[in-house]
Design a protein around this ligand. Sequence first.
Ligand SMILES: [Fe+2]
Ligand SMILES: [Fe+2]
Length: 257
Amino acid sequence: MPKIVWLTDIHMTLPDETVNGRDPAAALTRCIDHILRHHADADLAAVTGDLADTGAAEEYARVRAELDRLPMPVAVTLGNHDRTDGHRAVFGEAEGAALGHASLSVDLGERWRCLLLDTNGTDASQGDLAIDRLDWLAAELDAARQRRCVLLLHHPPARIGLPAFDAIGLREGARLGLAAVLGRHRERLALIGFGHCHMSIAGAVAGIPMVGMGSVLYRVRPDFEGNGFDPVPWDPGVYGVILLGPAGPVVHTVATG
Ligand SMILES: [Fe+2]
Ligand SMILES: [Fe+2]
């Protein structure tokens, strides 16, 4: 059964810098060590954005040094904290540079396709999807033929009911455009996974199951009334394990501490 290890929201800094008192380099090392111990047999490692905290090339170099320890292929797409030039300087053509966006398609055997869609926009926080990205997604879904698809992206594909995150979600035009593509390919899509919110979320969009994954760095408490971004104090950081069985996908959240 194909297996994907899924990392999101690494928020790597320069050496000796932290994010809300946490050390992203230590968190990523802990995560990679855990994957090597327990899931070295995975077919793919997928990273759904916010690899870097400020987008400096040196941050990507630190991320890449850790990801290079993994034995399986690694597929990376971007989030709102990422910067295209910093990412390209380190990851280069391997990550879909020919498209002009860091989206990519990976087939896992004869039955499954994993699509990573770049929602990194020009705004500092909101996600965006220009028409070329939606066209790319539709074409990759059409070309999947007999394969069922898992779509991974940084921003939630729908509103999630938390003011702090809905304010920095996908721009409305992008969200509606994505919903239209998803609706037309509902039968082909088995799962949509997103990061950005640093917490576990389950729901559906266009009739397709969607799952939000917690961050490699730390998870955040949902704030239903205010605009809070409140890290869980004891949280060691998590990653996802997606099992692609004959009945459909199953997603596990794995703590690394
Ligand atoms: Fe993030
Ligand atoms: Fe984000």
